[in-house]
Write a protein that binds this ligand. Structure first.
Ligand code: DLL
Length: 430
């Protein structure tokens, strides 16, 4: 463990620490960020009204629109002189979401990352190949400094040029890969195609920045021969390092001394209990540069406070099912892309790349899944092909309760992403 004293605190001690920090950060945000002062004043809320952790529920949510409205730096709580780094969201449309860090914020951030990597089983002997983009995106630099803090070796390759990445993975003898799950899979496929899979020394893959399924992890384990773990975070609260899986793979441990998590049913303005599924809210407990209270992440998950078999007591969040804004409503049925992925990845006859196309034809929603076959030979055998399509349709129907059109395509015919993958095209939005 990287911070054993914190990662094994009793629930009572964690809560005491959280309450002390919550009271501090609420007052700090109120006194230093105009938006929070206005919000609190408008409802007659004062920092001293926060006396227990439950009192957090008196505080209004912070949303992405609040961040957009205060673009670029109006939510910073310190003078610019104290901000030593800025990152921004990877969003491709409109103005990005910004985040500013003080020196202390960067130090806390790298501690969070070092913990997450140690949870995954990494040590100072590992050589990390970082395939996340370096730049405004929090992934590259975020992981980078955490790896250094752990004392391991960092190879800051950044994204792009996949064949060169394979060469470097092989030549530098990387033992740990940092990438999105979809890019980790693309690297695996490419190494296989280049015939060098057996030359790689990778033992860990720490994936994050997009949703992954248990089936995707299983495929990474089988193809790349790594122990995969996932980690979670978002620009608005600082980037990666909010939470990460340990070797038990029983949920992601949240760095609860730095982030206070809640699960909410937004529609009914209600905080949900342990195990209940809803939208994750996060409050930063230590951020100086840009404190955020009750941020609506839009990510759907649930929490457990049961101590983990690994010895950590930090609460765990379940794998993210999807984002509220990624949920597809097809003929009235709610479908998350992750449900489709779990079906496709669970079928060994199929490749690991797929796309989902949603449309509306004659006022009727349609959903089509295009998925690569594992082996080109299949495409020449009509009988086998028909049987496979029928099997996929059946498996999808069981999970998503919809008739899904299925099209099998050749290996490598679907475009790969070098960062976050976009699997869904919703033509109804045109
Ligand atoms: O993706 C931060 C990050 C970088 C996390 C590297 C992990 C590793 P954003 O670009 O702001 O920040 O995107 C944040 O990505 O709200 C989730 O919807 C999604 N996301 C991130 N990690 C996971 C994960 C970074 N492990 C948004 N599982 C979040 C599912 C994830 N979704």
């Amino acid at each position: 463990m990287f911070s054993p004293e914190t990662e094994t605190l009793s629930r009572k001690k964690i809560q005491e620490l959280q309450l002390e920090r919550l009271k501090y950060i609420v007052r700090y945000a109120y006194e230093n960020v105009a938006m929070y002062k206005e919000r609190f004043d408008a409802i007659g809320l004062k920092p001293e009204h926060i006396r227990s952790l439950k009192d957090i529920e008196k505080i209004p949510y912070t949303t992405k629109d609040d961040l957009r409205d205060n673009y670029p730096f109006k939510l910073f709580a310190v003078p610019m002189k104290k901000i030593i780094r800025i990152h921004a969201s990877s969003g491709t449309t409109g103005k990005p979401i910004t985040c500013g860090y003080t020196r202390q914020d960067l130090d806390n951030w790298s501690t969070c990352i070092a913990r997450v990597l140690a949870m995954a089983g990494a040590t100072d002997e590992d050589i990390f190949h970082v395939a996340f983009g370096y730049g405004l995106f929090t992934g590259g630099f975020g992981l980078h400094y955490g790896i250094e803090k752990l004392g391991a070796t960092v190879v800051p390759v950044s994204s792009g040029n996949t064949e060169r990445q394979i060469m470097l993975l092989k030549d530098f003898g990387a033992t740990a890969l940092i990438a999105t799950p979809s890019y980790a899979m693309y690297l695996a496929e490419t190494a296989k195609k280049m015939g060098v899979l057996g030359d790689l020394r990778l033992r860990l893959a720490c994936v994050g920045a997009e949703a992954s399924t248990a089936e995707m992890h299983e495929s990474l384990r089988n193809i790349l021969g790594v122990f995969p773990t996932e980690n979670y975070g978002l620009t608005e609260v600082g980037g990666p390092g909010v939470a990460g899986e340990c070797r038990e793979k029983a949920g992601m441990h949240i760095n609860e001394d730095m982030f206070y998590p809640e699960i909410a049913d937004i529609e009914h303005n209600k905080v949900l209990g342990e195990g209940e599924k809803g939208e994750l809210l996060l409050t930063t407990l230590t951020k100086e540069g840009m404190p955020i209270l009750r941020y609506r992440t839009k990510d759907i998950t649930s929490l457990t406070y049961e101590p983990c078999k690994c010895g950590r007591t930090l609460a765990r969040m379940a794998r993210v099912v999807g984002r509220t804004d990624d949920m597809l409503i097809i003929r009235g049925v709610n479908v998350f892309p992750s449900q489709i992925e779990s079906v496709l990845m669970g079928m060994p006859e199929l490749g690991k790349t797929y796309e989902i196309i949603v449309d509306r034809v004659n006022y009727m929603d349609t959903i089509e899944v295009r998925v690569e076959v594992g082996d080109t030979g299949l495409l020449d055998d009509y009988g086998k092909l028909e049987a496979l399509v029928a099997k996929i349709k059946h498996n999808l129907r069981v999970v998503v309760q919809l008739d899904v059109k299925v099209k099998l395509v050749e290996p490598f015919s679907i475009k790969r992403a070098e960062g976050k993958v976009k699997r869904v095209t919703d033509l109804r939005k045109k």
